[in-house]
Design a protein around this ligand. Structure first.
Ligand code: ATP
Ligand code: MG
Length: 391
């Protein structure tokens, strides 16, 4: 179909000797995410992944959209292939990039010769193509330092390719290159953003959700699954663990003072999550906490929560204002789902006056009023897990 996609690496380009391991991971992720749109051939050169569709039916819009959400790619462009005859490259190539040039003020031409036997040298190609562009768009100006549009012509073995429009990629590092983490995923705005931010740095995300039926409904869980599905467009496939949490919450209510409900609940969530992590070779936890946002997210509360954690707890939105978090949630399209009004287990037994500065020894004494260990074990055993992927 005479088209080729160029996906330029982001930070991978700066890697040294181990660059190829990151590249392999990126290619694996790209293959997996676009295979439903057709057959492709992949090649790599100069920190760029070249993706050639092999059949006419490839849905290129969907491919470009999927690629724009794959971490590790700085930008993407769709190039058109032409016969290597120079006259054809100039006329048809300019037609192909005309729309971008019509709205621009400055441009430059870049030429790349993979086919070293091609009769023209790069500077000559730039000069000639640049001249023809100026003839057709007399208002344009050449700016080699900081052009608005760069028209690139690449002479490869079988064909020549021309492109000009770059789409911004998702940046970051390829998912799978930075270990695994378990995201505590509620139905709120913050935790999907937290998961996205860690996945952006190459962390492979699993999600754990605590539900308390009949206090929480099936629809509340379905909402969280939907959030995970939206996230998977960036994070890739997500293992989703759903923990029945009702009994634990009821026993907190029956045995502990009300002002400690939330902090004890959070410690028990961490206990369950860590055991599931250990069984699944996941090395860390992620939450959507932002310091000071609510009573359970004070420094004191986090100290008491982390006292039960043996693994690192990452809180990537810790220093962000709600508005900043919302901006990202809109960008990654989780916002509209997050604001659907369903109950969360956190709000089932919310204390009227939660302790904002809990003291660890007091929290421990409250929690020791009941032996939660058998219930923790039962919750782990009764947890269901399924795979969530983007449609
Ligand atoms: P969010 O917007 O992510 O729900 P929040 O501001 O509502 O966060 P809390 O309800 O205090 O904050 O929850 C803090 C964090 O605890 C969440 O970001 C999430 O990581 C985790 N969490 C809360 N409820 C659940 C749940 N039902 N299942 C899994 N994790 C949860
Ligand atoms: Mg919440």
């Amino acid at each position: 179909m005479n088209q080729i996609i160029l996906a330029k690496y982001g930070e991978i380009a700066l890697k040294g000797l181990n660059k190829h391991t990151f590249e392999d991971m990126l290619v694996k992720n790209v293959r997996r995410r676009i295979k439903k749109y057709g057959k492709f051939e992949f090649s790599r050169a100069q920190s760029t992944l070249y993706i050639t569709p092999l059949d006419e039916g490839c849905d290129m819009d969907s491919v470009m959209d999927a690629l724009s959400r794959i971490f590790g790619i700085a930008n993407i462009c769709l190039a058109k292939g032409f016969d290597k005859d120079w006259g054809t490259i100039v006329t048809k190539g300019i037609d192909y990039v005309a729309e971008a040039l019509e709205n621009a003020i400055t441009f430059k031409v870049e030429a790349k010769r993979a086919d070293k036997k091609y009769p023209m040298k790069s500077p000559e190609m730039c000069r000639e193509l640049g001249g023809k562009i100026l003839e057709r768009f007399p208002n344009l100006q050449v700016d080699v330092k900081n052009p608005e549009i760069t028209v690139t012509v690449e002479i490869r073995e079988k064909m020549a390719f021309v492109h000009a429009v770059k789409i911004e990629g998702a940046g970051g590092m390829p998912v799978g290159s930075s270990g695994k983490a378990m995201l505590l995923l509620s139905g709120g705005i913050d935790s999907p953003v937290a998961g996205y931010m860690m996945a952006k740095r190459g962390v492979q995300i699993s999600a754990i959700h605590f539900e308390s039926p009949p206090y929480t409904s099936d629809r509340a869980r379905l909402k969280v699954e939907k959030l995970a599905a939206i996230m998977s467009r960036y994070c890739g496939q997500i293992n989703f663990f759903c923990v029945p949490f009702t009994e634990i919450q009821e026993q907190i209510k029956n045995n502990c003072s009300e002002e400690y409900f939330t902090i004890i609940m959070r410690r028990l969530m961490m206990e369950v999550a860590q055991r599931i992590c250990e069984a699944n070779e996941i090395q860390s936890l992620i939450t959507g906490e932002s310091i000071g946002q609510v009573a359970s997210q004070t420094m004191h509360a986090m100290v008491c929560t982390d006292a039960v954690c043996k693994m690192p707890v990452f809180r990537p939105v810790i220093g962000m204002d709600k508005k900043e978090i919302i901006d990202i949630s809109r960008k990654i399209e989780t916002f509209e789902t997050s604001i659907e009004p369903y109950e969360d287990c956190c709000t089932v037994f919310t204390p009227k006056h939660p302790k904002t500065k809990p003291v660890l020894s007091n929290v421990e004494a409250e929690q020791n009023a009941f032996d939660f260990e058998p219930l923790i074990q039962k919750a782990v055993i009764d947890t269901t897990v399924y795979s969530i992927d983007s449609k």
